[in-house]
Design a protein around this ligand. Sequence first.
Ligand code: NAD
Length: 735
Amino acid sequence: MTNFTNFRFEVDSDGIAVATWDMPNRSMNVITPEVMEELSAIVEKVAADEAIKGCVITSGKETFSGGADLTMLQGLGAQYDKLAKEKGEEEAMSFFFEQSRGLSLLYRRLETCGKPFAAAIHGTCLGGAFELALACHHRVLSDSDATRVGLPEIKVGLFPGAGGTQRVARLMQTGDALQMLFKGEQVRALMARNMGLAHQVAPRDGLVQAAKEWIKGGGSAVAPWDAKGFKLPSNKVYSAAGMQIWPAANAIYRRETQDNYPAAYAILEAVYQGLQLPMDQALKVESRWFAKILRSKEAAAMIRTLFVSMQELNKGARRPKEVPPTKIRKVGVVGAGFMGASIAYVSANAGLEVVLIDKDIEAAEKGKAHSHKLVSDQIMKGRAKTADRDALLARITPSATYESLADCDLVIEAVFEDPKVKAEVIAKVEAAIRPDCIFASNTSTLPISGLAKTSKNPAGFIGIHFFSPVEKMMLVEIIMGKETGDTALATALDFVRTIKKTPIVVNDSRGFFANRCVLAYILEGHLMLIEGVPPAMIENAGKQAGMPVGPLSLNDEVGVDLGLKILRATKAQLGDAAVIPGQEALLTRMVDGDGRLGRKNRKGFYDYPEGAPKRLWGGLKELQATHVDGETLDMSELKHRLLVTQALEAARTVEEGVITDPREADVGSILGFGFAPFTGGALSYIDFMGVKRFVELCRSLQAKHGDRFAPPKILLDMAESGDTFYSRAGSRKAA
Ligand code: NAD
């Protein structure tokens, strides 16, 4: 037995080696420079030792591996910049190319070393780890529900650069391969085998044995694409069949990415060029694209926000250190309506005991039935078992009496959005709970400090703001009232961690963070409509800018009437000047005049006919006083307006101290409302554009469209000092 730090290496009496990847002091295996070094030594040992017939690679952890350490790639970028400054671009680029293809070369060496390698995989095996498996000559997956394989690199602005694009495109039809690479989805074991990504599915405890048997049975050490007579699954690129694929592939690429993701374009190129070359050259092409993409600002922005920052926030970056871990066992949810029922479900699903209260037991039972429906759907899809449903439902106790909250550690209210109702509920809850129980409100519009005024314990009062649909949305805003204490914050963060969502901590303000930006986006859509921009163009501009849906469509989802309600509340509290009369007139006409409330009544900016796709409402034209010819409009200006208005709002939340950490605005904007992910989020959008340029852009929009585009002082100061949101935050932390 030879020992490595990150692998256990054993050879059995049949001469079959097993390399068990099991990194010390880490819960997960991850590809690091040391892992690469040791893997390389293992490959060389297997190749050189005549007594070794072949090698199985498996994991000693609960799961296989999540892939490469992205901070390692981030470090490479920093080295590039340093070298470029010291020795020039050319030298830096060649260093970067050689470094960034290290993993690809290592895997290719494994594939061509002359001995068969088999991967035995249980749990998740993603990114660079799955590329390792793809380079092995045989892949056995465990039949467990926990097993997933996939190449999710595209989600952080990268693409699989260690052979993934080439091997997948040689295992599957080109169209399917592109789809998989573009989407970055995780695939379960049986599906992976059916797709041709794995050879065998076996029970977990027989995995390594199955892989060994394959080697013992004379498994080939030659990859299919290195064997004579290999045929590409979709035939040669320059064949009649092969050529049919590319126009469609181009169209799918454009539809899915709006040309905003250089990594997706690189996938298209790497596969197209690579399939015309033998493997070694194909890998070189892939590596060239990889080095280029790794240096793109989109990859830098996405890695920072969607990998590094998100991980930091998930691990409790904002949690007050001095508060010891709270032990949340039982949660009370008051209000078993649309939101409350779902909050009860996600809590019970995470293993917490839940007391679900409504005005009467029937309403509470109805809320619990929502969980029954959600788990049943999971069972139908094969993602849960009947026993899981029984256990989950047993954890939810419906009730109509507040005394049932007596031993809760945290209570979340989700009753009607009415300060009077809330005050009443707060009093009833506080009379029933332990003094150390934390009280949270899920209000979306009422300031937490105001609600806390009716509380006996404002230090234990906090906002936990969920987004709908709760089951799907990964973001939760934690709202700090003026008097909210550290224990309440720690408890709220621990709770969000338990239900496996991502928290951002914001200070109290009207609309908190996410909804402020969302409303700005929707407002801009309304104003374009009023100006006479063709509605379809407004929606396309939103999507082309990188938003998941256009502003009018988004308004339909949240409810046109809700938009009007918020506008009227704002006007009542802040005065006439706080609202734009044109928007008020538009919404009043839609809601009060035409009864168009949005998707909920199948009539909003769109019509939602039964059994047919939604379509823009024909009557919108009549709401427009003028009609601008689309040909005369500048699409890039429309796109800018839609993103800039949100980024400006985000900048204002920083200026006002609502957001205190740029990571939270960035992560929150992508997870909360899908702010163009390739930008890295609403503040990174400004940072990567350069504050100076952003301010100029604001000024030109202000001149044409009004003072809502006026850059706030914080941006003027930053443009002057050369700061970015992240450099400001960094220097504050260091101070
Ligand atoms: P809802 O009307 O669907 O549910 C409210 C529930 O509270 C009802 O079941 C009602 O019977 C119950 N209730 C009312 N008064 C009560 C009382 N005194 N005691 C016990 N139960 C009482 O409303 P919803 O959409 O679930 O919204 C609830 C809260 O969540 C609101 O504060 C809202 O602002 C907030 N919120 C809503 C959304 C959303 O998308 N709907 C998103 C985030 C936050």
